[in-house]
Design a protein around this ligand. Structure first.
Ligand code: SF4
Ligand code: SF4
Length: 198
């Protein structure tokens, strides 16, 4: 049976924990930031007196000289813990709650598109939507949800997809972050660009 999507009470997991993607070798990823969001998010950080670290995430084409892409397609805002977790905009006290019900996002109204789109994983199906299996809603209820309960998330997801489709080229680069748990560190690529396909 199709469920309506609703955040699990008390959960802030998607703001708290970061994953290794696409594999441990690349290190943990940060929150996806599109190029036209970068300045706005940096301004939000300044206005809230919060230190953030935004590094590249995806690129396309190839530099004429040297290693790396001609164009940066996306950036990522890294977690503030040494192991890559914990978004710098997440309120650490549990005295306040947000519409995600868990801890408060200090820039909730102006949060990045990626945060607005989560937990949509794939919107290619008909009336139901595939959700990220790591989301607590999926763990406790279902990995699909009814489209009608995900209007804002679908809109944000579509904007991100459209940006990437427009910029797609044969050569895609992914930035290895070299960030994660100490025990996985020996497996990491050095921080920097890795050419994914030619
Ligand atoms: S989207 Fe999922 S992981 Fe994120 S706060 Fe809601 S239930 Fe938790
Ligand atoms: S910007 Fe806000 S919504 Fe996005 S990960 Fe950080 S705390 Fe969560």
């Amino acid at each position: 049976m199709l469920r309506k999507f609703k955040c699990v009470e008390g959960c802030s997991d998607c703001c708290n924990y970061r994953e290794y993607y696409p594999s441990v070798e690349y290190g943990k990823i940060g929150v996806l930031i599109l190029p036209d969001e970068k300045f706005r998010i940096e301004e939000e950080a300044k206005n809230n007196n919060i230190r953030i670290n935004i590094i590249p995430r995806l690129g396309s084409g190839r530099k004429k000289k040297g290693i790396g892409p001609k164009k940066i397609l996306a950036y990522q805002m890294m977690g503030k813990k040494k192991n890559g977790d914990l978004c710098p905009f997440l309120e650490e006290s549990n005295s306040q709650t947000s519409s995600h019900i868990g801890l408060k996002c200090k820039i909730y109204e102006n949060r990045p598109l990626a945060c607005r789109a989560y937990p949509i994983f794939d919107d290619s199906k008909g009336s139901d939507i595939m959700l990220d299996g790591k989301c607590q809603f999926c763990k406790s209820c279902s990995t699909t949800a009814h489209k009608e309960s995900l209007g804002d998330e679908i809109e944000a997801f579509t904007k991100i997809k459209t940006t990437f489709c427009r910029e797609a080229t044969a050569e895609i680069w992914r930035y290895a972050t070299a960030v994660g748990e100490d025990e996985t560190r020996p497996r990491f690529f050095s921080e920097g660009w890795v050419l994914e396909c030619t």
